[in-house]
Design a protein around this ligand. Structure first.
Ligand code: SF4
Length: 385
């Protein structure tokens, strides 16, 4: 225990040392009870756990897919995606040999598309560096694209029973409350403390089960708002509960800054033809398709649009052959760090411009074959029904 405290103290430079002593005291309390912390969590888990397809399996590929889907997605929404994804890409090879466009199409609607691009990249890495066999050491797993400490610990403990503790949002919450730790979970010191603490309480004989138990406990019992503490099997040892600090923990330091953006999409129509572009910049929705876009500091009305330099360039050789038919009502689309205001301008043309090499010309009824953002999906639904 002394080493652990010493270690925490060294990590915790600049933070309140009374937190360290409180943690140490709490660990001793758990160690002295008849039912250690991990056993209580596991017993609770075996009674209340949800029946989910990625539970009780040891296939690292399926565990990996489920963990990546669940990173930013609720279980209910993720289930359908998981089943469809696994049906189409049942193993590393099928994922590695698919095109990125197809993988993105299967991901459409889930958001955070870098997850899908990294899955695809990592599958190719596994084929080229590990002969298509999923690596079985933490060191190798964490080298794969898109896999951080949390996902590597989850895969290694669930699939191979390796002793690596997971620390996700649920674990932060459970530990900060049980141990009464108010160090911000998004600070460097906080991340180190919670990682050490999670590792300290890990049942090394059954790390996979322990990790699943603590995450499920956070998801179902020690929930963010108004947990049912009076029904909690750990209530008599929970510092936050005894100190009436449940709603104050965990502490987060940073407020997310949101940026406003204004997207003027051009739905260019010629009979049954339209044009799409692929987003290739390092920005949201990279490698997804969308209508040609004019991003500006505001949504543009018809006159402002006609005067816009990019619009003038796009249509300079067919000026007399274009008709702006309508400008849709604005739509507000919220992402974690961005608030996007978008509108769709319907433009009919009688002649095709020669300046559109960057666009893909397609039949309107083929739009469904392309991976698009949720915002584009909404715009398409509004325009095409
Ligand atoms: S008593 Fe309440 S706050 Fe403490 S672990 Fe249980 S549910 Fe969470």
């Amino acid at each position: 225990m002394y080493n652990y405290t010493k270690c925490l103290l060294s990590l915790h430079f600049g933070c309140k040392t009374n937190i360290i002593f409180a943690i140490e005291k709490q660990i001793i309390t758990f160690a002295r009870t008849k039912m250690p912390l991990s056993s209580t969590l596991i017993q609770w888990y075996q009674t209340y756990k949800r029946d989910l397809p990625w539970r009780d399996i040891v296939d690292p590929y399926k565990i990996w897919i489920s963990e990546i889907i669940l990173q930013q997605t609720r279980v209910n929404q993720g289930l359908d995606y998981y089943h469809r994804f696994i049906e189409r890409f049942p193993d590393v090879t099928s994922l590695a040999t698919a095109s990125e466009d197809e993988v993105l199409k299967y991901w459409q609607g889930l958001g955070y598309y870098s997850r899908a691009r990294n899955l695809h990249k990592a599958a190719r890495q596994i084929v080229s560096e590990h002969d298509g066999l999923f690596p079985n050491t933490y060191k190798e797993v964490i080298q794969l694209a898109g896999i951080g400490e949390y996902t590597a610990a989850a895969i290694c403990s669930f699939a191979y029973n390796l002793p690596f503790a997971v620390v996700d949002g649920n674990v932060f919450r459970v530990l900060s409350r049980l141990f009464g730790v108010d160090t911000p979970i998004d600070s460097t010191a906080g991340k180190k403390i919670f990682k050490q603490l999670a590792q300290e309480i890990l049942d090394k004989t059954q790390p996979g089960l322990h990790n699943q138990a603590i995450m499920e406990f956070g998801a179902l019992q020690c929930v963010p708002v108004s947990p049912a503490c009076d029904e909690c099997p750990l209530a008599d040892k929970c510092i936050a509960y005894s100190d009436n600090q449940v709603s104050a923990l965990p502490v987060k330091r940073q407020k997310i800054q949101t940026k406003e953006r204004f997207f003027n999409y051009l739905f260019i129509k010629s009979g049954n033809q339209t044009w799409l572009q692929k987003r290739t910049q390092n920005d949201i929705w990279k490698n997804l398709f969308e209508f040609p876009l004019i991003e500006d500091e505001k949504l543009l009305d018809k006159n402002e649009l006609i005067q816009h330099d990019y619009f003038k360039m796009l249509f300079s050789d067919i000026q007399s052959d274009i008709h702006i038919r309508s400008v849709s009502p604005p739509i507000k689309h919220i992402l974690t760090h961005q608030k996007i205001f978008a509108q769709c301008v319907l433009i009919e043309i009688n002649a095709k411009s020669k300046k559109w090499e960057q666009f893909v010309q397609i039949q309107i009824d083929e739009l469904g074959n392309y991976a698009v953002s949720r915002l584009m999906e909404i715009l398409l639904q509004n325009h095409l029904g």
